[in-house]
Design a protein around this ligand. Structure first.
Ligand SMILES: [Zn+2]
Length: 210
């Protein structure tokens, strides 16, 4: 596959795997951080900054650990013994941390995820873990919202999935147009949620239910 081959774009909505190029070493990553510190106008050798490149590299391992995850595997273990439960299952107010792929600054907010089971349900923490696995990558909110819905739909085969993400982008709140209170809302509906307005309405109502 050449670097210009786009035939896998369709797949990338699921995997967003890094390019085939060899991963830089930790020393190379730390050197890059040192360059940015000098570019910002500071002295990487002063006491407070000496360990910063190493700290940033470790923080990046955490921020971007999602590239190592397999969301569909996370959802592989399902349960059928739910006494015929056949209504919406919803996880509300899941905290979301991601990074914008254009500025590499945080996207912080909440996600609400629901699905209508088709006999099978997953452990409740799994939906949050799937969100994390896509959040801990460089993202746009639109892509991430679609990826989470798609992974749940593919792995669990429910009658439908609904997701709403409400997040603030620091590239917009702390720089650029500097609108500190603005948040961005994205949604994705599949299956019955796409087809039935009353189900979408219940989803929205349950988000606001307090
Ligand atoms: Zn941005």
């Amino acid at each position: 596959m050449t670097p210009y081959d786009t035939s896998h774009d369709e797949e990338n909505i699921h995997s967003s795997k890094p390019a085939d190029a060899p991963r830089p070493t930790r020393a190379e990553a730390e050197a890059a951080v040192e360059t940015l510190l000098r570019w910002a106008g500071d002295d990487p050798n002063r006491e407070g900054l000496v360990d910063t490149p190493a700290r940033v590299a470790r923080a990046y391992e955490e921020f971007f650990s999602g590239y190592q995850d397999d969301p569909e595997e996370m959802l592989a273990r399902t349960f059928e013994e739910v006494e015929g439960y056949d209504d919406m299952v919803m996880l509300r107010d899941i905290s979301l941390q991601s990074h914008c792929e254009h500025h590499m600054v945080p996207i912080l907010g909440k996600a609400h995820i629901a699905y209508l089971p088709n006999k099978r349900v997953v452990g409740i923490s799994k939906l949050a873990r799937v969100l994390d696995s896509f959040g801990r990558r460089l993202q746009t909110q639109e892509t991430m919202t679609a990826q989470v819905a798609s992974a749940i739909q593919t792995a669990l085969q429910p009658l439908g999935v609904a997701i709403l993400v409400d997040a603030k982008h620091q590239c917009m709140t702390t720089r650029g147009v500097k609108k500190p209170d603005v948040s961005m809302v994205t949604t994705r509906f599949t299956g019955v949620f796409k087809d039935q307005a009353d189900l979408r309405e219940r989803f929205y109502q349950q988000i606001n239910l307090r």
